[in-house]
Design a binder for this molecule. Sequence first.
Ligand code: SF4
Length: 201
Amino acid sequence: MSVPLLLHACCGPCSLEPLRLLREEGFEPTICWTNPNIQPVAEHDLRLHTLQEWAKDVAHVEVIVAADDRDAWEHGVAPAGFDRQRRCRACYALRLSESCRVARERGFTHISTTLAVSPYQLFDTCTDLLVELAGANGLTAVVRDFRPYYSAATIESRELGMYRQNYCGCRFSSAEATIERHEARDARKAAKEQRKKQAGR
Ligand code: SF4
C-alpha cells in the first residue's frame, strides 16, 4: 500500500523527478506550494501556474496552495541580504515550517521537498532543516538526494515546454545570477581572445 506524503514543491520543473522517484518508492505524494520568496509577484504567479498546469494535465497530482507570507519573508529572511548561507537557511525554514504545518493539519505522516533536486540549493542546510522541522512536528522526513536527476528534469521540462526560471527566486538570487552570467560571459570572451593571440603567434 502506498504511503501518503506531502511534497513541498519550489516549482514545476523541480517537481518532475522527485514525484516520479517517490512514486516509484511507493509513496503517494500530494504537492504543497508555499514559496513567498519568489519575486516579483508576477514571477511567483507564473511558477505556480506552471506547476498547477503540469500537476493537472500531466502528473495527475493534487496541489495544495498554502500560505505565502511575504511579510514574514521580508522580516525574517531579507535582512540577511547577500549572506547566502544565512539567507537561504531562513528561507528554507520559513517554507518548510509552513509545509510541516499543512502536513500535520491534513494528517500526513511523511514529508519531503523538491529543493533537494537542484544543485544550486544548499543541500545539507536544507535537508538538516527538513529533518529538524519534521521531527518537531511529529513527521518523518523523507530525505533523498535527487540531484543526480537534475539534468533529466531539465531535459524533460524543456520537452514539456514548461516555463524555466534562471534564478532561484528572491531579488538577491536574481542579482547573484545576473552577476554570475556576466562573469561567465567575460571569462568566455577572455578565453577566446587568448586563443586568438596564441594562434597569431
Ligand atoms: S536564493 Fe533561493 S533559497 Fe536562498 S533566499 Fe533566495 S529564494 Fe530563498
